[in-house]
Design a protein. Structure first.
Lengths: 405, 405
């Protein structure tokens, strides 16, 4: 709570300039102290409203996709039990949709055994995803979107079963970790007759209000998500399915990959080498050819040595996409487990990207990155899963109804 | 972030009354809709300041004890390496104190490899504790406070080595989870020449601003911490060491116990049985003989059946202490891991209590609870550790200097 009698506040300007000096000049490349135009001004919301803020549940599209990312997430993947057929899936999704409709609005679930923990939604969203096995179980194999299938193996992968696959996904996000824990508890309990838990990945970003309007940083210290399509027409073109089977219109697809980050070897690099690996400055997130985070990288620019300023092996160069319809919407969360006895961190990223079509949008980027992204030296994909995200539902309806009913 | 265009807010009154109705009358016992007098009015702090709020590091007493609990914590326990003697401990604590002094004030550590992650303190505190093995390593066996020794075995214990013991503890708390992760990373890295990681326990409470001024709830839905000594003279009398060896004056002691909570069997109980087990109403936290959370329980009151309204086996009855000097200051965090395939939660409480003397204050309460606390049916201690918390230090000084220098 910020009302501790001893707490005081320091200005962002003081922090950043003080920090730059304290880091022995490492930041001398320049930290922007004036907010650039794309940083939203912090709204004068008192901290007391973090708990009571509500995201809508009902609507043509599911929440938790275009929603400004909340601070905490649990990705919960299920394996359907033998016998969970189309009718059973309908019962399961009616029940889970009702739970989610209530909890996201700050009302306990019907069978909530800890109703007091259901009263603070903190922008809770519950987003449902259908994995490759879902359609087979429902006897609707032909309805599987062609791109919702296990990704091809990449050279860089070291996938573990414990973080991979899944027939059904619930992405639970909120600005309060107790709300996420309670929602996870309720939804897992109500799923039990129909499914077992395949894996759970819990992650975090900056706390609500800690850094409003800024792009998230990962545990490498990198600004992560700058190239996302901007909210509005660009995001809509990238994310939402405009055609194809009726049940998937206003839906999308989700790729979840667990990326282990080797902080030990990353920390051995100097800042210049890190910035070359990423293609962006670590402090501002600006491309190496620009001044501000959102400047377009200039891949044609060369330095005095005649070499490209944006190296061909940099993450930004390899992942760059100009056409909004081919972009992906990244919505990742950090994870940080307990270090091992020698102090080596168990840290990484729960990479989550939304796009209308995995094959058309995600795969080409991933293939370019797998071939030749210098960041591969310090990152290892250890889990992978894909899901279709069906459309939303109106009040009285349920998620998946267009497919199953 | 609360400035999402789709987010809206609902009033606390609407939430609570709506919630009570939705829960099928389960809450009909009454949820207070008007804030009682001990609830601090939410200060008009914009959410933007969650990240920049600062707690002092330097001072006669360490921060992180009387400090209003932050939303996130990592308890990191170390085993000293062979050869880490008094001189080495001095070097280690100089280094870690310098790291903590900087990071808590929003400045990167001297050797910070991700300095951008050190700029938002979010009320970061780092609290140092010295376990039983610390004094032996320092050749200062006689300086060990007598109560800082492994607790006696309790009938209810199922202790695991992986959550127990430790020569040195760092309690890292902040309102932002990325700040906690980065601080853990820096401190573990700088400890590596001197110590290995014995265990790490990561936990959470409500997000900053989610429920200002309210007592924390645990994953059973119980309000947890009502009987804590109030800030000021009562807290000071319970927590801070007023005499004894000079190096411990203005210090305290800490008990950390990992308490597994069996939500499966707890959820089988009705609300009345749960309230009898606790001795408090689940909604308001009021004792069964009172109306408001902070009403004193009346242990003499009897019901129409002639039985005590506050059962002898209830948690509140067994743990009740009237004398402030014999109270303990609980500062617990929830933990919630991944459920097993069958959906059984890995949930519980990182119990943390501060008191001037473990033997005089903690042990009698714990013995009464171990003998006959109905809550034992649903909770199991699986880890246990004790530490002395040395006094704070002035600018230019370091934690432990009074003992080691």
């Amino acid at each position: 709570m910020s009302d501790s009698p001893t707490a005081r506040r320091v200005s962002r300007r003081g922090l950043l300039t003080g920090g730059a000096l304290a880091a022995g000049g490492a930041l001398a490349g320049g930290v922007a102290v004036a907010d650039p135009p794309w940083v939203r001004t912090a709204s004068p919301v008192p901290v007391a409203e973090v708990g009571t803020a509500v995201e809508p549940f009902h609507g043509p599209r599911q929440a938790g996709v275009a929603t400004e990312p909340q601070a905490h997430a649990a990705f919960v993947a299920f394996t359907l039990r033998p016998g969970t057929d189309r009718a059973a899936l309908g019962r399961m999704l009616r029940l889970l949709s009702d739970d989610a409709a209530r909890l996201t609005q700050g009302r306990p679930a019907l069978a909530d055994t800890e109703p007091e923990l259901g009263l603070l939604p903190a922008r809770l969203t519950v987003t449902f995803g259908f994995g490759p096995g879902f359609y087979t179980a429902a006897g609707l194999h032909a309805q599987r979107p062609p791109s919702v299938v296990d990704l091809p193996a990449f050279r860089i992968d070291r996938l573990q079963r414990r973080w991979s696959g899944g027939d059904l996904l619930l992405q639970i996000c909120a600005d309060d970790p107790l709300t996420v824990a309670h929602t996870q508890r309720v939804l897992v309990k109500d799923s039990r007759p129909f499914a077992t838990v395949a894996w759970v990945q819990q992650g975090f970003r900056r706390a609500a209000g800690a850094e409003p309007g800024r792009t998230q940083r990962n545990l490498f210290g990198q600004i992560d998500g700058t190239a996302n399509p901007r909210p509005g027409a660009a995001l809509d073109a990238a994310v939402w399915v405009p055609d194809g089977p009726v049940w998937l219109r206003d839906g999308t697809t989700l790729v979840v990959r667990r990326i282990s980050m080797n902080l030990e070897t990353w920390d051995l690099l100097g800042r210049t080498d890190r910035e070359l690996a990423v293609g962006r400055r670590l402090d501002t997130g600006a491309p190496l050819t620009g001044e501000d985070e959102h400047d377009e990288p200039d891949f044609a620019a060369t330095g005095p040595d005649g070499l490209a300023v944006m190296p061909d092996f940099s993450h930004v160069t390899r992942s760059h996409v100009s056409d909004d319809r081919l972009k992906i919407l990244r919505r990742p969360y950090n994870y940080d487990g307990a270090p091992n006895p020698d102090g080596h961190a168990d840290s990484g990223l729960i990479f989550a990207s939304y796009q209308a079509d995995i094959t058309r949008q995600f795969l080409p980027i991933q293939q370019r990155l797998a071939e030749r992204d210098l960041l591969n030296e310090w990152t290892t994909p250890i889990g992978s899963a894909v899901f279709a995200i069906p459309p939303g539902c109106a009040e009285g309806g349920w998620i998946g109804q267009q497919l199953l009913d």
